[in-house]
Design a protein around this ligand. Sequence first.
Ligand SMILES: [Zn+2]
Length: 791
Amino acid sequence: MGVPGTEAADRALTRPARRGWAALVAILILAGAGALSVPAVQPPDARPADAPAAQFSAGRAYEHVKAIAATQHVTGSAANDAPREHVLSALRGLGLTPEVQDTVSVQGSDLSSSAGGIGLARVRNVVALWPGTASTGRIFLVAHYDSVQTGPGGNDDAAGTSAILETARALTSGPRLRNDVVLVLTDAEEACLCGAKAFVDQHPLARDGGVVLNLEARGSSGPAIMFETAARNAGLVDVFGHAAHPVGTSFAVEVYRLLPNDTDFTAFREKGFTGLNSAYIDGAAVYHTPLDTPAVMNRDSLQHLGDNVLSLTRELGDRDLPALRSGGDATYFPVPGGLLHYPGSWTWPLALLALAAVLALAVLARRRGLATAPRQIAAFGLTLVPVLAAPVLAQLLWALMKIIRPGYAEMPIDPYRPWGYRLAVVALTAAVVFAWYALLRRRIGPAALAVAGLLWLALLGVVLAALAPGGSYLTALPALAGALAGILAVVLRRGFPAALVLSLGACAGVVILLPTLVMFFPALGMNLAGSGAFIVALLALALLPIVDLLHPEAGGQRGTGALRARRRGALPTLVAIVAMIVAAAVGLSVDRLDTAHPAPTHLMYALDADTGQARWLSASATPTDWTAQYVGDKPATVTDSLPAFGPEELLSGPAQPAGLPAPVVTKTSDTTGAGVRTIALRLTPQRPARLVTLHVAADAQVTSATVGGRQVPVDRTAGGAWGFGFVFHGPPPAGVDVVLTVRAGTPLRVRAMDASDGLSALPGFRERPADVGVVGSHSSEMLAVAQTYTF
Ligand SMILES: [Zn+2]
């Protein structure tokens, strides 16, 4: 018997048959807990197009997806007119009166730009108000209708936009709500979040704030996870518990802060709006690529997104919205049957209670002679080994997969079909824990190891309470449940009931950590496989008493008996290693790179109009053979000739110059007074351009700047020879007006660049093979022309 059995209990389970039965029962209990927990974080089935009018139907919403994501439709492009018109006509069809907010907007100050310099865009948001009967505030349903330039955005974010259109249909088919509902379909999210910024800064309906439900997709499948909230979320989280299928955890908020991602929600949150941000994130291999088409969408995920936004809007629609703002942050996570949530003020008491319970168990175990103090101390130190080794080995496993399949190198999150690899990481972690356990259980003893596992969980709960309170529950609650079960098992002094109690205690670990694993494997992807291994290792610490049941009784045997016991003790490790190899092999054979699943690569072209020289550029660290034929030179920064690229090192190679005109910069006015020169310029692209950039020589000392009529901050510089600069997305053909105040007395040097997309018409371009794809990035497939002007 594992921990806290007494000698009597040990004896009761000494006979292999008894132990075998106890192990079987424990495994069945844990498997049952797992079978109940995992469905809680799965999307519902998609409803067909003929579902009742009051319901959200993924079948109906998908018709919008096909219309919006028929082709790539980047901000400012002619192709972006069609989805905007589709959204407008769909809303008019519901009897609403949508308007287009057509304006210029500057990105939020805390966002790092997509390239060197501050981002701006001409945006055209679609906004529609569905007035409430006696509104206490406004509910904003937000998604972006623009796509990246490298793909049609079938999921990102035609899913969110379509879910809002279908939600609006379902809502307006019923009675009006008490509160106003405002539909905000933003533009230029992909460029600089400028559409959302334009709405919160400039639109009258945004003036009084409100509750935002933002919908996104960073992939093609998986549950719609509510992964971000504004501060003081307790009231809203309570409402979220009433959502049709609430999937979300307060831990996600903490993890999201560590990731370099932003959505429209950022602009709202910073302006003081409250709200919830949801996205489905699995299937991330297609994210921002040409493969993000309507066809790859899992419509169950669309149903999940829509079910929740519709049920939440109905729930919020009749609430007193200002009252939701009271209270602090909540801790919340999915459990079978719904969302468990409690006030954040419970975090410290629960973490400390868990620690106290584990320490009490440690004292009890020593008093009952189950684990001496030296053994407990040794166990405590040695328990770090699997917790640290499993993540390191998981990263090495993925590095090995990338060596076997070099095409994975440029996949930023996950391969196309990561399931085999994810299972391999689980099996690898199990192998590490089993091997560690088999080596130590005779020397250290099962009780000391089990207590040490719980102690690490409890300590991590305390650390998280201090650093990331929303995640403390992850380890504190399994530690608390495990310790209470351990104490009860020691008191019971009987083998089989004690095993039963320990199994039930370990269930808390399964119920809490297994859904976490299901949500976080896709969140961080195989490139951070170690994070998944870490969660599995934590789960294993909660299960050590059950792991012990898989091993023969500790101690007692001599000679051949001991040898047989040792062999049997190695069996779980061997099974896990075989499972890992099989899973990795299945992963490699299932997830082959082919025409439908190409290896992504980054390539772009830059023409310097000053010298007439052109270069191929690639941000790929390990380029495909196809890419390598263009870029043979050593990686280097291109800041001097392309200041918009910042300090990132790129591969490069010579290219044939194309007959492309550079953007033109003309002076429209120029005055000097008191040592300050105020110069007005117009930057005009000479071809259809997705964006134009302008950078000013570092020695010019820009003290203020207005771009497109908007004041922009001047404190950020491109680096090298260039100082202040901006990136203007979707420039009007007539050009962008720029007013700069600079130091007088020296000529003003500026570097202008424009960029369009698509390389296939360039001289010297050879079509990529079918199994080579496109990396989803802002500069992928970009064609840039730059020229320097002096005034
Ligand atoms: Zn998006």
